[in-house]
Design a protein around this ligand. Structure first.
Ligand SMILES: Nc1nc2c(ncn2[C@@H]2O[C@H](COP(=O)(O)OP(=O)(O)OP(=O)(O)O)[C@@H](O)[C@H]2O)c(=O)[nH]1
Ligand SMILES: [Mg+2]
Length: 658
């Protein structure tokens, strides 16, 4: 039960590596067995990409100084024997900091200057702009160098009030939130807008992404963080201090970031940190435990979550205990229980999802390859039948047979026009899909939203305005679904006809189901309404804020639309690839039949020899089919890496927001 998050993640990584290994193996077998046609290749490619790009993101969210960075140090970086993320009294982490690993980039820390806030671009956009980021090289094997580089995320600049206002760190409407000016009338602002650490740390290499955030109650947090980045995390850890209890600002951060409607599957963990501040040498251990328990209960009640969801820990003592290898202190820090919950809840769910997707992919792959084998099998038995009919026949009959095959071949090539027509209609409808979901159309929709939000008196109408925009966006998806339905009907009809005329085994691939994307739009809408509902609606009066909000929205909706387009494209490609594969097979089949007849024309014993060959070939195909079943089953029937007994399932359930 007490496998740590790190161990769990290692197992998850091992499973992924193992899968990738077997997939490679299957690929080379398919190639050797001449089964790797375009349709099969497409499936393999998808599976490989699915595994490679799957990420698990954990976000740490809390008021400043609750111990977010310290907890990250304790859970993930204790192996370095020192503090890696800066953690100190007062505000420390000044910009959102993402830790992950992408082998496409060199290891290093990339920092986006705060001045980019003055340009009308979303963070998502900036991610693609390499040259504006400041790169700090790190030596990944040197803890000192890593920790020194990470100090950058705490850097600040002193600027005039005007500059601070322009950057979004000064508000005339909420003067109580403004930072204090120094003697020269300057205020402190973060030097960086966002930090990305790219590092081949074992957990990060396996797809873990950690998001550390600056204390969020402060003025100046970008809406994109709330409505885009945090909602995309697979788990959000919310941290309270045992020394402070649930303060008003904790509560407002909780309401703004953690209470999201429509995200029932997401994991939210509440951590009551700094329990060591309750370790009082004058109290008996039982009294201390009772006090911790009482604090957890009160916190749970205040936040409105079940008591089990609140986990008491001491990040600092946990880090110290791991570094000093002090087992008793580690136990007292209660860090292991938190790690176990994080590992089982988060990874268990993530792995289940990945497994389901991968299993479906494998089944489709197997069907695709099996179809190819079936076609070949049928071609062979037809050939055998054809040749058997030639037994004891004279030369004229054989010549006639050859002429007939050649005529069939010519007719087949002539019927290609229908296939070409299918292709062009398909391409035209796909272009329509791209027009509906593409970025030009989205820009127009969001432009309308932005101007509606700027109208005075919007406060009472926000729901309606968002509703109108999202109805339009949802309608786009529905329109696309109607188009794919049309293409599907056409595929069915044409495939049926081709099957009947040419004995093909074409089967239209399952039509993409866009309902998940419609639901995702609903979640995005909810997260925005929620964000505006918790007191941010007044900020809409600031143009800058409004633009930022709409840009953040744009990035998320674009991602949804792109995913939907990818799904449509995948389906369309799969249909095309099937058709190509069958055409190719059929052409090969004509060539083989003519060859057979030629051989029989030339040699007396050619017929029996050819029949024996065909029979041997049929046996071979049978064996291939069995092997295909075996190899693909190997990829689906692996045991889950994380033990998933009833206890774990229960933890997982408690981690779920009902
Ligand atoms: N006693 C005690 N102090 C802790 C614990 N965890 C963190 N701290 C201290 O609390 C202070 C703030 O910790 P940070 O990790 O910097 O807090 P943060 O939430 O990242 O704060 P910001 O980066 O400013 O948003 C530091 O001085 C830590 O050493 C703990 O478990 N016990
Ligand atoms: Mg911090």
């Amino acid at each position: 039960m007490s496998t740590s998050f790190n161990q769990q993640f290692d197992q998850h990584g091992a499973w992924r590596r193992n899968f990738a290994h077997r997939l490679k193996w299957l690929t080379s077998w398919l190639r050797e067995s001449d089964l790797l046609d375009a349709a099969v290749g497409e499936r393999l490619h998808e599976l490989e990409a699915q595994m490679r790009t799957s990420r698990v993101m954990v976000a740490f969210v809390a008021e400043f100084s609750r111990g977010k960075s310290e907890l990250i140090n304790a859970i993930f970086f204790a192996g370095y024997g020192r503090r890696i993320m800066p953690a100190s009294a007062g505000r420390t982490t000044m910009c959102p900091t993402e830790l992950g690993y992408d082998p496409a980039f060199l290891p290093g820390l990339r920092l986006l200057p705060i001045a980019t806030r003055l340009e009308a671009r979303s963070l998502t956009w900036w991610r693609g702009e390499q040259e504006r980021w400041v790169e700090v090289a790190i030596d990944v094997d040197d803890a000192e160098s890593l920790a020194t580089a990470m100090q950058k995320v705490a850097e600040v600049d002193w600027v005039s009030v005007d500059e601070a206002r322009a950057l979004g760190f000064w508000s005339d409407e909420h003067p109580q939130d403004n930072p204090v000016c120094d003697a020269q009338g300057r205020v402190e602002v973060p030097r960086w807008r966002h930090a990305l650490l790219n590092m081949p740390h074992p957990l990060l290499e396996q797809g873990l992404v950690i998001l550390d955030t600056p204390g969020l109650n402060a003025i100046g947090a970008e809406p994109e963080l709330t409505v885009s980045l945090i909602p995309q995390a697979h788990a959000v850890v919310f941290i309270l201090g045992a020394d402070t209890g649930v303060t008003r600002s904790d509560l407002s951060i909780w309401r703004e970031h953690l209470v999201t409607e429509g995200d029932p599957g997401e994991t939210r963990i509440v951590v009551l940190n700094k329990i060591d501040t309750l370790w009082d040498t004058l109290s008996a251990p039982g009294q201390i435990d009772a006090q911790i328990e009482r604090q957890c209960r009160i916190s749970a009640e205040t936040l409105g979550v079940p008591r089990e969801r609140v986990m008491p820990v001491s990040a600092q003592k946990g880090l110290q205990a791991k570094i000093e290898r002090d087992a008793a202190l580690l136990q007292a820090s209660r860090l292991p229980a938190l790690e176990a919950a994080l590992g089982e809840g988060l990874l268990g769910r993530r792995e289940t999802m990945l497994r389901l997707a991968v299993d479906a992919g494998i089944v489709a792959l197997r069907a695709e390859a099996a179809r190819l084998l079936q076609v070949r099998q049928r071609d062979l038995s037809e050939q055998a039948l054809e040749l058997q009919g030639l037994r004891g026949k004279n030369g004229a009959v054989i010549r006639h047979m050859r002429a007939r095959i050649e005529q069939e071949q010519a007719e087949f090539e002539a019927s290609n026009t229908r296939i070409l027509a299918l292709r062009s209609v398909q391409a035209k409808l796909l272009r329509e899909v791209y027009a509906v979901l593409g970025s030009t159309a989205l820009k127009a929709d969001l432009g309308r939203l932005a101007s509606a939000l700027r109208r005075p008196g919007i406060k009472l109408n926000v729901r309606k305005v968002y509703g109108a925009t999202f109805d339009a966006l949802r309608n786009n998806l529905r329109e696309v679904q109607a188009t794919t339905g049309e293409i599907q009907a056409m595929l069915h009809a044409t495939f049926r006809q081709l099957n009947a005329e040419h004995g093909f085994a074409l089967q239209a691939p399952a039509e993409p189901d866009l309902n998940d994307f419609v639901a995702e739009l609903g979640r995005i809408e909810q997260s925005h309404l929620h964000y505006l509902g918790v007191g941010n609606v007044l900020k809409l009066a600031q143009h800058d804020f409004c633009d930022k909000l709409v840009r953040a929205l744009g990035s998320r909706v674009r991602a949804v639309n792109e995913a939907a387009m990818a799904e449509v494209e995948r389906w369309s490609k799969s249909a095309g690839a099937q058709l190509d594969a069958q055409l190719k097979e059929r052409r090969r089949n004509f060539v083989r039949r003519i060859e057979s007849v030629e051989r029989i024309q030339q040699a007396a014993g050619g017929l029996e020899e050819r029949l024996a060959e065909i029979h041997a070939h049929e046996e071979q195909l049978k064996a291939l089919h069995e092997r295909l079943q075996e190899l693909t089953t190997l990829l689906t029937s692996q045991e889950p890496s994380a033990a998933s007994g009833p206890a774990e399932a229960a933890v997982r359930d408690t981690l779920r927001v009902a």
